[in-house]
Design a protein around this ligand. Structure first.
Ligand SMILES: *[C@@H]1O[C@H](CO)[C@@H](O)[C@H](O)[C@H]1NC(C)=O
Ligand SMILES: *[C@@H]1O[C@H](CO)[C@@H](O)[C@H](O)[C@H]1NC(C)=O
Ligand SMILES: *[C@@H]1O[C@H](CO)[C@@H](O)[C@H](O)[C@H]1NC(C)=O
Ligand SMILES: [Zn+2]
Length: 318
């Protein structure tokens, strides 16, 4: 009897490991997720994430800065930081809401987590001009009329994720200290620790909140559900190299009693946009087809681009 319970446990644990996902090369790398999670297969015309962002995205003048409720204040209670073997996740209670900026509803903020590379590689999920930033932060929000993620994930716009690139410079960014200090308490998969709430706005590119890109996509981890309204901010936040290294070298994808495997390069490959439209916010500057910086209003640019025609130069190469 005891033996069969043990045998069952061994089979169960083996099976659950086999169907779990990871970022290592071989059988469990992101390209192979579809074998265990059919909804992760990047079929033709599927709306998967992340994507590469390129020049020429469509301007939508109605996309203004999102309304972030509660992000400025310090929430009551305790937040919880958790290493799930794929990332570190900060669960932030239920006091914050996201709306506006063209989102189809009001969303309640659930958690944020990070994607990173290694000492030698950058690890953002989205890319700009195929370039990866060192890190990317995802703030995950669920449409507020749903009681839980399971039901929100039946709605194609059930989730709204705010993506913030993180770049590295020489200055320590103390706004990230509460999270980075807590990393040492959750080095292994399955570990959690309390984090005293702080104003979440501190982690955002506050001077550039009107500059972003919007598209419809998926979760970037299994089950890869195509239920996400993505907001990808154009301007990264900055942390120091040593802060970056604490993500890249002090966290493990393995449990305490297992042999250590560093948790690194936890990003999914980029997917084709297919016929999806990527929108630029009203103020986005980098990639919009009709970017009109204040210094060079659109009417002026239009006139300049028409000049060869007006002058009768019909050379198609011009
Ligand atoms: C990685 O990030 C650094 C720092 O932002 C940047 O200078 C470099 O070009 C990036 N490398 C790649 C291969 O994208
Ligand atoms: C999620 O909410 C739905 C609808 O109220 C409910 O039927 C379901 O049991 C809930 N699922 C979980 C995992 O709580
Ligand atoms: C480096 O990051 C700090 C902290 O976010 C920021 O204040 C500073 O402007 C950045 N420096 C450069 C050169 O980007
Ligand atoms: Zn993510």
């Amino acid at each position: 009897m005891r033996f069969s319970v043990v045998a069952f446990l061994v089979i169960y644990l083996t099976a659950s490991t086999a169907s779990d996902y990871c970022y290592d090369e071989g059988q469990c790398d992101p390209y192979a997720w579809g074998d265990s999670y059919p909804t992760c297969h990047p079929l033709l015309e599927a709306h998967h994430s992340p994507i590469n962002l390129e020049d020429g995205v469509t301007r939508d003048e109605a996309l203004e800065a999102l309304e972030l409720k509660g992000f400025d204040s310090v929430q009551k209670g305790q937040w919880r930081l958790h290493n799930d073997g794929h990332s570190v996740i900060l669960e932030v209670g239920r006091g914050m809401m996201v709306s506006g900026g063209g989102l189809p509803g009001t969303y309640i903020t659930l958690q944020l987590h990070f994607h990173w590379g290694s000492l030698a590689t950058n690890g953002s999920e989205h890319t700009i001009h195929t370039q990866r930033f060192p890190m990317e932060m995802h703030i995950v929000n669920m449409k507020s009329n749903y009681p839980n993620l399971t039901s929100a994930m039946e709605d194609p716009s059930g989730l709204a994720v705010l993506a913030v690139f993180m770049d590295v410079n020489y200055t320590e960014n103390t706004n990230f200290t509460p999270i980075i200090k807590a990393l040492s308490a959750v080095p292994h998969r399955g570990q959690s620790t309390n984090v005293k709430p702080f104003a979440l706005a501190n982690l955002l590119p506050l001077d550039h909140m009107g500059l972003y890109y919007r598209y419809h996509g998926s979760l970037t981890t299994p089950p890869c559900s195509q239920v996400v309204e993505w907001t990808v901010y154009e301007v990264p936040v900055q942390i120091s190299r040593s802060q970056y290294e604490q993500f890249a070298t002090e966290l493990f994808s393995t449990e305490e009693e297992e042999e250590d495997v560093l948790l690194q390069n936890n990003f999914r490959h980029v997917h084709p946009t297919f016929s999806r439209v990527v929108y630029a916010s009203r103020e986005a500057q980098l990639l919009a087809a009709t970017a009109c910086p204040a210094a060079a209003p659109c009417s002026g640019l239009l006139l300049l681009s028409l000049l060869p025609l007006l002058l009768g130069n019909l050379d198609p190469r011009s």
